[in-house]
Ligand binder design. Structure first.
Ligand code: AMP
Length: 215
């Protein structure tokens, strides 16, 4: 199964992708995570991406299309994958179509997570992840069962993203509406677009997505 989780920053794509990964054995492919790894490793690509990411702007289509093109050919993607944060422009959506058709693969669903802007800012400001396994948490909405200890791997180290600050969040939302929201009609026209209420509780969103995937 090939799935796109679509929505603005803070909609919960990463959280839900992790859950789908566990429940359905699909690999989560987050271009944001891949770019952050490139930045941390200090690669040429990471250096090109860093200034854009720090400013809340999009990284160039060529870079992200290249990353996804290479990644989906790896062995662990052969049973399917969830795209989280890609495509973010119509050019990326068109490139994805070409990649999938080259490999005789088909996109099964695009699931839009609808969330109010005010909630997005609150969600982004409070979120953090485990430094060991990348499990996502939130200061108020999703705390670990034992404070300061990751439920998933037991690590006591956590991290926050440098671009999760109020100023950059505003820029990221503008980019979403200017460049990414226009991808929605592209998929609506293809008849693959579905939506879930991203304002609902996390478990409820998971079950709405599960219902879509069960059909
Ligand atoms: P994310 O983790 O999905 O919120 O992405 C973090 C940042 O990485 C974004 O604000 C962009 O700068 C960059 N990025 C991630 N995915 C893409 C993409 N598909 N196209 C362009 N830039 C991206």
């Amino acid at each position: 199964m090939i799935l796109i989780l679509f929505g603005p920053p803070g909609a919960g794509k990463g959280t839900q992708a992790q859950r789908i990964e566990k429940a359905h054995g699909l690999v989560q492919l987050s271009t944001g995570d891949m770019l952050r790894a490139a930045v941390a490793a200090g690669t040429e690509m990471g250096k090109l991406a860093k200034s854009k990411m720090d400013a809340g702007a999009l990284v160039s289509d060529d870079i992200v299309i290249g990353i996804i093109n290479d990644r989906i050919q790896e062995d662990d993607c052969k049973d399917g994958f969830i795209l989280d944060g890609f495509p973010r422009t119509v050019a990326q959506a068109e490139a994805l179509d070409a990649m999938l058709s080259n490999q005789s693969l088909k996109l099964d669903a695009v699931i839009e997570m609808k969330v109010d802007d005010a909630a997005l800012v609150e969600r982004i400001a409070g979120r953090y992840t485990c430094a060991g396994c990348n499990e996502g948490y939130h200061d108020t909405n999703l705390k670990p069962e034992v404070e300061g200890v990751c439920d998933n791997c037991g690590s006591t180290e956590f991290k926050r993203r440098p671009d999760d600050n109020a100023e950059t969040v505003g820029k990221r939302l503008k980019e979403y509406y200017a460049q990414t929201a226009p991808v929605l009609p592209y998929y609506a026209d293809k008849g693959v677009l579905q939506s879930v209420d991203g304002m609902a509780a996390i478990d409820e969103v998971t079950s709405q997505i599960a219902n879509i995937l069960a059909v």
